[in-house]
Design a protein. Structure first.
Length: 325
């Protein structure tokens, strides 16, 4: 199957942005209800028709997560300066009704990887608030975390201003054995080796550093990093053959007026509304309007890999049918 280019020419992108996202002005666009409904109906039917599937994918063998930071949906999708990110959304797939778990970052990272409910998650960016599990790192699948600017495996301290352990969820779970952490929680440079050797695990977790995850330097720096780094994944044999899906997501929305411990899964507040891009050769221009949460990504990951659904992943909305997974 030939994969369409993720970097369309400017004219083609302008047309796609205007038609798919309903351009509202020179710097920002919003998704029109008609466009969203049309895309969903054509691709997967209404949200009500999307049912959960516990059957492991016969095709997809590698699930990759990339976690960006602190940007709401309308600060990325439809924004003219984020042309590359929007080209990914229109080429592959985007969810326009996806929501984080809470504020600040740490409980989102922990909930994403464990299915733990808000009441069981910390309400601060703590570094010593360990969780007993179970979690995605101990379900039996092969896994690796790739942390940019981490200087040693399973690094719990901060060796520089760029790597922060709070974005490394494997460190928080006490059921992740120290030996497993050292073997699988690695500096980001290990990703290139695994791609080259075709030894990518079933589950890969990628966290850019503080300059590249949009936390400290904003949209353009994060977009530039993704534009430089994503091609290695998107041109890999695993991706082009259809055996890989990449979930590109933001941990929480823009931090303006955020309330620590707020329930974002039942919110309509902008700082809880997050971008979620689904990159796969099985998804072509999907703009899905059904409500999803971070738990939906965990559910999809576990279902694709044939793993038991953890915690709130069991009742989370399913996204696999909508995105052809």
């Amino acid at each position: 199957m030939r994969v369409r280019s993720a970097v369309p020419v400017i004219a083609a992108f302008a047309l796609a942005l205007g038609s798919a996202w309903g351009v509202a002005g020179p710097a920002q666009a919003t998704v029109t209800k008609a466009a969203a409904n049309s895309a969903v109906a054509a691709r997967a039917g209404s949200a009500a028709s999307v049912v959960s599937s516990r059957t492991a994918s016969p095709t997809i063998k590698h699930v990759v997560w990339i976690l960006m930071e602190n940007h709401s949906y309308d600060k990325i999708i439809g924004v003219a300066k984020d042309a590359y990110l929007n080209s990914l959304a229109t080429t592959y797939g985007s969810a326009n009704n996806a929501w984080g778990i809470t504020h600040p970052s740490v409980p989102n990272y922990l909930g994403l990887t464990s299915g733990l409910a808000l009441t069981s998650l910390p309400t601060t960016d703590c570094t010593k608030c360990h969780q007993p599990g179970p979690d995605l790192f101990t379900q039996g699948e092969t896994w690796r975390s790739y942390l940019e600017s981490m200087t040693a495996p399973c690094q719990a301290n901060t060796p520089n201003a760029l790597y922060v352990p709070k974005h490394n969820p494997a460190l928080y779970f006490t059921d992740v054995a120290p030996s497993a952490c050292v073997a699988n929680d690695l500096p980001y440079t290990s990703l290139a080796t695994d791609l080259h050797n075709h030894t990518l695990p079933a589950f890969s977790y990628i966290a850019p550093n503080q300059n590249d995850n949009m936390h400290s330097t904003g949209n353009l720096a994060g977009q530039a990093w993704l534009q430089a780094q994503l091609p290695a994944l998107l041109t890999s044999t695993e991706f082009t053959s259809g055996s890989m899906v990449v979930f590109l997501m933001w941990d929480e929305g823009s931090p303006i007026n955020e309330v620590a411990g707020a329930d974002c899964t039942n919110s309509t507040v902008d700082n809880c509304h997050v971008p979620l891009l689904v990159l796969s050769t099985h998804a072509h221009g999907v703009n899905y309007s059904g409500k999803l949460t971070h738990y939906s990504v965990l559910k999809a990951t576990e279902d694709i890999l044939g793993l038991p659904e953890l915690g709130l992943a069991k009742t989370a909305a399913d996204l696999r049918v909508a995105f052809g997974l």
